[in-house]
Design a protein around this ligand. Structure first.
Ligand code: HEC
Length: 214
């Protein structure tokens, strides 16, 4: 063995030993994340069952006031959409039309998702500034202007999860097209000799053109 290769081997050995030692005692940076630190990020809500909806409640009347103050400048007082900002009401029964109107009322399959979305993202310029009670109230108003909750309605976790949206069954679960139904083969997949069909694969030499020897 040349002196150079012994040097390389010795250096590699030293490096491996020091990496192993560092891994054992840790790198001395960072700390374990606490539940309190995770909590503000862990705010997703199950659309179908409302899992994760927080305690709290709010009425249509409270929601109307909040909506006019914080949302109407973009979405219009009745959710009709101001200028080119999105509309948040109407459109029910239009999804099969040439010009479907996709709103939370006509398109969204689950009511708890509206809570998740509004709490997470709106108002557009101050996301996550609404309290849970305020969010319940605003969602109550949004459902009211979509004829899905009466004007004296009050929402909490249970009543929100119980609301059935008009387009709930309008989504196809799974893709029924036969050409996308690719069953992965995990064992003895190719019977007989493998034949490489592409010239490019041959010229790249990345595909064996003979059955590999065992
Ligand atoms: C500055 C303008 C602005 C304000 C104010 C605003 N929004 Fe929005 N909102 C938007 C925009 C833009 C979108 C579309 C965002 C996207 O598609 O990524 C949107 C989307 C939405 C949607 C989803 C619509 C859909 O069908 O996809 C909801 C629900 C919504 N906003 C509710 C609210 C509520 C409730 C408030 C008040 C608390 C509010 N917004 C305040 C601009 C605004």
């Amino acid at each position: 063995m040349s002196r150079f290769s012994s040097f390389v081997l010795a250096a590699a050995g030293l490096l491996a030993a020091s990496v192993a030692a560092a891994q054992q005692r840790g790198y001395g940076i960072g700390h374990k994340i606490t539940d309190a630190q995770i909590a503000p990020w862990n705010i997703d809500i199950g659309g179908e069952d409302g899992k994760g909806l927080p305690p709290g409640k709010g009425s249509v009347a409270q929601g109307e006031k909040l909506f006019i103050e914080q949302c109407a400048s973009c979405h219009g007082e009745f959710g009709e959409g101001n200028g080119r900002w999105p509309e948040l009401m109407g459109g029910q029964g239009t999804l099969k039309d040439a010009d479907p109107r996709k709103t939370i009322g006509s398109f969204w399959p689950w009511a708890p998702t509206i809570f998740d979305y509004v709490r997470r993202t709106m108002p557009f310029t101050a996301p996550q500034s609404l309290s849970n009670d305020e969010t319940y109230a605003i969602v109550a108003y949004l459902l009211n202007i979509n004829d899905l909750l009466p004007a004296d309605g009050v929402l909490d976790a249970k009543s929100l999860a119980a609301i059935k949206m008009p387009n709930r069954d309008g989504f196809i679960v799974g893709d029924p097209r036969p050409d996308v139904k690719a069953e992965p083969c995990m064992k003895d997949c190719k019977q007989g000799q493998v034949k490489v069909l592409s010239d490019l694969a041959k010229s790249l030499g990345v595909t064996p053109d003979q059955k590999p020897k065992d």
